[in-house]
Design a protein around this ligand. Sequence first.
Ligand code: C5P
Length: 223
Amino acid sequence: NQAPVIAIDGPSGAGKGTVSQLVAEKLGWHLLDSGALYRLLALAVSHHGMSVEDADTLKVLAEHLDIQFKQSEDSKVEIVLEGEIVTQAIRTEEVGHSASKLAAIPEVREGLLLRQRAFAQAPGLVADGRDMGTVVFPNAPIKIFLTASAEERAQRRLLQLQQKGEAVNLEELVQSIKERDERDANRAIAPLVPAAGALVIDSTNLSIEEVVEIVFAETVKAG
Ligand code: C5P
């Protein structure tokens, strides 16, 4: 599969999701929100009351889980898990937390690997995650590592959660973000690190538009 890939990795809250979506729209390319796959798996495990101890069963579930990304008329994407719309349900802190625990299990990552690669279709793919440039698309011509300070990321997350009416405390959020970073960066398999040759962008003091411009310029440069 020769479709070009823009791999955008980084910690949660760095703006990857929004940036990836805008870059994909601007180029007319496909989008892979790989974090959503881990979140969907976490939700399915909880729905089915499954044990997270049985790694082989988790792998089978990861490979075969019934997931659809449905484009609605207003070009919004609805995420469907086993027939149920879960676009909002997968975005809670709780699901994110469970997802990050599942993501440390090698069998889970293996189970999702080929599903992720299948998203690389013409004319191109913008892939958002933690290991897009290191593991899933190591040959991606464009690799970005997007980060921001934990405090700035907590602040952004706080706004998002408040807009959804979720009550959260900033201090707790900073703590939870640091915990998740720690687990993602230190796990034995596919830890969150910049890929070799990745352009590292610190978005702490940049707007979304500025980041999109940098990624776009990098893409043009790569031809
Ligand atoms: O990006 P998002 O917060 O939706 O991802 C949820 C969790 O899934 C992350 O905290 C991380 O542990 C895991 N993940 C991963 N590899 C990816 C994408 C997400 O390990 N490529």
